[in-house]
Design a protein around this ligand. Structure first.
Ligand SMILES: NC(=O)c1ccc[n+]([C@@H]2O[C@H](COP(=O)([O-])OP(=O)(O)OC[C@H]3O[C@@H](n4cnc5c(N)ncnc54)[C@H](OP(=O)(O)O)[C@@H]3O)[C@@H](O)[C@H]2O)c1
Length: 221
């Protein structure tokens, strides 16, 4: 059995993706900082018939994140699908003129060092398998920089560039790299931005393996 590693897994999109990929037979590993919150999600998933396992790590600590992904693969099987979708901290979203270079440390650690550490950790296993999928999930400022959210806008641009480079480099090796941009808020009951609908979109991206950037909704929504 192979696994899906959901990095930045909470009760919203993280849990929905766990349900969707769990249903397809993947072993499910959830990574987030708070062990107690992970246990609550795991219990809720168990109630729906999905077995998931929790691994505590802060994505802003690259060695810790890589170590936990190694442990996850040993416990659950090679990571075939890596989803990187931690929810960014509010402090990363300040107006551009209030953003100094020190304010960019957090966003860059979060959106660049974290994904790079995670990808480098799981890539050898994907290569051994001969297949794999890397899914990056971002807000709308990844596509259109937002003047009030300078930190995420700048860091998401770097993450997008990294993902795009990976997409082109890894496609011939059977490893699909794609990004889902979610404009506006994830909203329960929304026709395109309900967590379960987004999880279905991510499943489709994994299954269909077309192109790098996908939009969950219109950019002006
Ligand atoms: N929510 C929205 O309206 C919205 C809108 C557009 C795009 N998105 C994107 O959707 C994804 C998140 O979906 P969601 O909002 O439904 O979230 P979710 O899956 O319900 O939860 C995400 C989890 O990320 C974890 N996290 C935050 N900082 C972390 C860190 N430093 N290290 C490890 N884990 C961390 C948090 O758990 P801990 O606190 O336990 O670490 C949180 O529970 C993100 O990619 C986000 O950019 C969300």
């Amino acid at each position: 059995m192979t696994s899906v590693a959901i990095v930045g897994a909470g009760p919203g999109l993280g849990a929905a993706v766990a349900r969707r990929f769990g249903r397809e037979g993947f072993a499910v590993g959830l990574v987030a900082r708070d062990r107690g919150r992970l246990d609550v999600i795991i219990d809720a998933l168990a109630g729906e018939g999905v077995t998931a396992h929790g691994f505590a790590a802060d994505v802003r600590r690259p060695e810790e994140l890589a170590g936990v992904l190694g442990t996850l693969a040993e416990a659950l099987g090679t990571v075939e699908v890596l989803q990187y979708s931690p929810v960014p901290h509010r402090d990363f979203m300040r107006p551009v003129l209030d953003t100094g270079y020190r304010d960019l440390v957090g966003p860059i650690e979060f959106s660049v060092y974290g994904p790079v550490a995670a990808v480098q950790q799981v890539l050898p296993g994907m290569r051994r398998l001969g297949r794999g999928t890397i899914l990056l999930v971002n807000g709308g400022s990844a596509a259109v920089p937002h003047p009030e959210r300078a930190g995420t806008s700048i860091a998401f641009a770097a993450e997008s560039a990294y993902g795009h480079l990976l997409h082109d480099r890894l496609a011939p090796d059977g490893i699909h790299v794609a990004q889902l941009v979610i404009p506006g808020a994830i909203t329960a009951g929304h026709v395109r931005k309900d967590p379960d609908v987004l999880a279905e979109t991510l499943w489709g991206m994994h299954r269909d393996r077309h192109g790098f950037r996908h939009y969950a909704d219109d950019l002006d929504s």
